[in-house]
Design a binder for this molecule. Structure first.
Ligand code: PBG
Length: 327
């Protein structure tokens, strides 16, 4: 004799339509933001060795790729530049050149695809010879306020070029407020800020630094990016960014930080983004290439878990592939 099973959860798993009906999380192309790498030159793409399936594009080819991406239903791209070494300096001044690579690319994108949301990265590391996200003094310290002054110029030049949102990924204190104020003072009330609020000093960024040739030449980023051990500090950073004027707050990386995404979602009414970073991408690709996992299923499961944890938006190098799968 068995106890009557009044609750039988399996009842709702019996058929595909039942499972669809009770499914709690659905991925959509609308959730995805596609990070793209732009380089100088013409008619050339270079695959990033540690990110198979991801390329650096020259502007002409990036425009074509962005059109494909938009036609797949992806609303937004996040743009990262590969800056030739001769344009780098210790203060990253090329970052606010009105005719710099990012600024030119934004103008061309907004002209060709006015509806595609263009998000620009605000951080100095692609532009500095030393690869840090800020100004460095003789002792190797990263100087906060002088860096923020440059970030403000950079964000303004991106807004002037037509960026829909600027995305400070540098983790300097006070940069969101300083950028919001400068944008407003210059009439860019509608330029949004996607704040990398809880950005951790993570080892998962390695392949991205290969892509941009931006790895720090000395030291690490632990005096500005967050300690992976901290959760309450993420809420503190989010609180500050909200007070300073962020429109969207972000957690980065995503997979090892699902608990942080979940807590931030419960904590704020702003949209929450998560960055499924280069190292997360590389691990899945590598295992997929070896035939050790069912890559497509792992990609969908991974992105669903990020959304289930509370992310409204996901920056992912899988965006194009996933949009195709979701069709
Ligand atoms: C730098 C920046 C990084 C990433 C985005 N912006 C790397 C870093 O902080 O060193 C990483 C993205 C990825 O790994 O996919 N401001």
């Amino acid at each position: 004799m068995s106890i009557p099973r009044i609750q039988r959860p399996r009842r709702l798993r019996r058929t595909a339509s039942l499972r669809r009906m009770v499914q709690e999380t659905q991925l959509s192309a609308n959730d995805l933001i596609y990070p793209m790498f732009v380089m100088t030159g013409e008619n050339e793409t270079v695959e990033i060795p540690s990110m198979p399936g991801c390329y650096r594009y020259t502007l002409d080819l990036l425009l074509k790729e962005a059109a494909d991406v938009y036609n797949l239903g992806i609303n937004a791209i996040a743009l990262f530049p590969v800056i030739p070494y001769e344009l780098k300096c210790d203060r990253g001044s090329e970052s606010y050149n009105p005719n710099g690579l990012v600024q030119q690319t934004v103008r061309a994108l907004k002209q060709a695809l006015p509806e595609l949301i263009v998000i620009t990265d605000v951080a100095l590391d692609p532009f500095t010879t030393h690869g840090h996200d800020g100004i460095v003094d003789e002792q190797g310290r990263i100087l906060n306020d002088p860096t923020v002054e440059i970030l403000v110029k950079m964000a303004l030049s991106q807004a002037e070029a037509g960026a829909d949102m600027v995305a400070p990924s540098d983790m300097m204190d006070g940069r969101i407020g300083a950028i919001r104020q400068a944008l407003d003072e210059n009439g860019y009330f509608d330029t949004g800020i996607l704040a990398y609020s809880a950005k951790y000093a993570s080892a998962y960024y390695g392949p991205f630094r290969d892509a941009l040739e931006s790895a720090p030449k000395f030291g690490d980023k632990q005096t500005y990016q967050m300690d992976p051990a901290n959760a309450r500090e993420a809420l503190k950073e989010v609180n500050l960014d909200i007070l300073e004027g962020a429109d969207i707050v972000m957690v980065k990386p995503a997979l090892a930080y699902l608990d942080i995404i979940c807590q931030i979602k419960a904590h704020t009414q702003l949209p929450v983004a998560a960055y499924n970073v280069s190292g997360e991408y590389a691990m899945i690709r590598a295992a997929g290439q070896q035939g050790w996992i069912d890559e497509k299923k792992v990609i969908l499961e991974t992105l669903s878990s990020i959304k289930r944890a509370g992310a409204d938006l996901i920056l992912t190098y899988f965006a194009k592939e996933v949009a195709l799968m979701l069709r």
